[in-house]
Design a protein around this ligand. Structure first.
Ligand code: GTP
Ligand code: MG
Length: 334
C-alpha cells in the first residue's frame, strides 16, 4: 500500500511518518501531498493565538476534549513552538488532563519547532494541516504564540481565529501591542478565575466597539437619531467578534466557546467567507511555492561568487539594488 493510501485508511504510523517528512522537506513529501490534496478541504481549521502563558494550550486541550466527548469529532492539534503542556513542561494538573486525550485514536497531537523548518514555518504548517485534513480529521487546531509576524500569519489563515487574552498581564492589553486583535474572529478571555477579568473584558469591548460600531448616529431633521447596527445573525455579512470568558483549568466556558465557534462556521458558510478564506489560504500557499521555486532556480544558475560580487558592488554603492536586481534577472531570463 502507498503511504498516502495508508494515511487515508487511518494508519497512525504512516501519518506520523508523513508528518515528519513534510516538516523536514524530504523529497517524498510533495509526492504524497499531491496524492492527498484531492482529499483535503473538509476540515475546519481553528487558529489559536495570544501572548505567552495566557492559557492557549490548556484551552486547546479543553476544546479538543469537548469535540471528542460532546460532538464526536476527530481532532488534530498542531502546537507551534510550545513551551508547555504538549511538550511536557506541564504542571501536574495539565498532564492529568492530557491523559484523557493521549489514549484516544481520534486525537492526534503534533508539536513543531518554529525554528529550523527548511521551507519556512508557514509552508511546513500548511503541509501538516493538509495531511491532517486528508486523514479525515474534522477539526485541526493550530496553536501559535502571538509574538512574531509569521505566527500571526499562520493563525490568520485559519477559518476561525481565536485570540486568547488573560487578566493580569499588565495594564495594557497584550493584543494591542502585538496587533493581533484585528485577526480575531472570537476573543477569549481566559483565566476567568483571576482578578481583573472584568477590566480585561471591558477594555476589549471598548476596542471592539471602535472597530465595529454597534450604534450609528444619523442626523434626521436636525436631531440625531441612534440606529443600532444590524445584530449579528448567522447570515449577516458582518461578524462582530464575541468575547468568551473561560477558565481552562476547570473546563468552564468551553461549551459556550464551542457554540460561538459553531456560529462562526455557520456565518462563514452563509456569507461565502468560507470559500473566500479557502481561496486566500491556497493563493498564499501557491505564491509562496512559486517564490521559493523561482528563487531556487535563480540561485542554481548563479554561482555564489558571482552573487557575492554583485552584492559587494551594491554595498560599495557602485550599483543600486534596483539596478543590480535588474541586471541579475536579465542575465537569468536569457
Ligand atoms: N488560574 C488559571 N490558570 C490557568 C488557566 N488556564 C491556564 N492556566 C495556567 O496558566 C499556565 C499557562 O497555561 P498554558 O496553557 O501553558 O498557556 P499557553 O498560552 O499555552 O502558554 P505558552 O504556550 O507558553 O505561550 C499554566 O500553569 C496553566 O495551568 C485558567 O483559566 N485559570
Ligand atoms: Mg502553549
Amino acid at each position: 500500500m502507498t503511504s498516502s493510501q495508508a494515511i487515508l485508511n487511518g494508519d497512525r504510523l504512516a501519518l506520523a511518518r508523513m508528518l515528519t517528512q513534510v516538516e523536514n522537506n524530504s523529497p517524498e513529501g510533495p509526492i504524497v501531498l499531491m496524492e492527498l490534496f484531492p482529499h483535503t478541504g473538509k476540515a475546519h481549521l481553528i487558529g489559536v493565538t495570544g501572548a505567552p502563558g495566557t492559557g492557549k494550550s490548556s484551552l486547546v486541550n479543553q476544546l479538543a476534549l469537548h469535540y471528542r466527548k460532546k460532538e464526536d469529532k476527530r481532532v488534530a492539534i498542531v502546537a507551534i513552538d510550545p513551551s508547555s503542556p504538549f511538550t511536557g513542561g506541564a504542571v501536574l494538573g495539565d498532564r492529568v488532563r492530557m491523559r484523557d486525550l493521549s489514549g484516544d485514536p481520534n486525537v492526534f497531537i503534533r508539536s513543531m519547532a518554529s525554528r529550523g523548518s527548511l521551507g519556512g514555518l508557514a509552508q511546513a504548517t500548511a503541509n501538516v494541516v493538509q495531511v491532517f485534513d486528508a486523514a479525515g480529521f474534522d477539526v485541526v487546531i493550530v496553536e501559535t504564540v502571538g509574538a512574531g509576524q509569521s505566527e500571526v500569519d499562520i493563525a490568520r489563515l485559519a477559518h476561525t481565529t481565536l485570540v486568547v487574552e488573560a487578566p493580569g498581564l499588565g495594564d495594557d492589553i497584550q493584543a494591542i501591542k502585538a496587533g493581533i486583535l484585528e485577526i480575531a474572529d472570537i476573543l477569549v478571555v481566559n483565566k476567568g478565575d483571576r482578578p481583573g477579568v472584568e477590566n480585561t473584558e471591558k477594555a476589549l469591548k471598548t476596542m471592539l466597539e471602535l472597530a465595529h460600531p454597534t450604534e450609528r448616529v444619523f442626523k434626521h431633521h436636525g436631531t440625531s437619531m441612534r440606529v443600532s447596527a444590524p445584530k449579528t445573525t448567522a447570515n449577516a455579512k458582518m461578524w462582530i467578534p464575541p468575547i468568551q470568558r473561560t477558565i481552562s483549568t476547570e473546563g468552564i466556558g468551553i461549551a459556550e466557546l464551542a457554540e460561538a465557534i459553531a456560529r462562526h462556521v455557520e456565518h462563514l458558510r452563509l456569507s461565502g467567507d468560507w470559500a473566500t478564506r479557502e481561496r486566500t489560504r491556497l493563493e498564499v500557499e501557491l505564491e509562496a511555492l512559486i517564490r521559493e521555486g523561482l528563487m531556487t532556480k535563480f540561485r542554481e544558475q548563479l554561482t555564489a561568487e558571482a552573487y557575492e560580487k554583485v552584492l559587494e558592488s551594491v554595498v560599495e554603492r557602485n550599483v543600486s539594488p534596483w539596478e543590480a536586481a535588474k541586471g541579475l534577472l536579465k542575465g537569468y531570463s536569457k
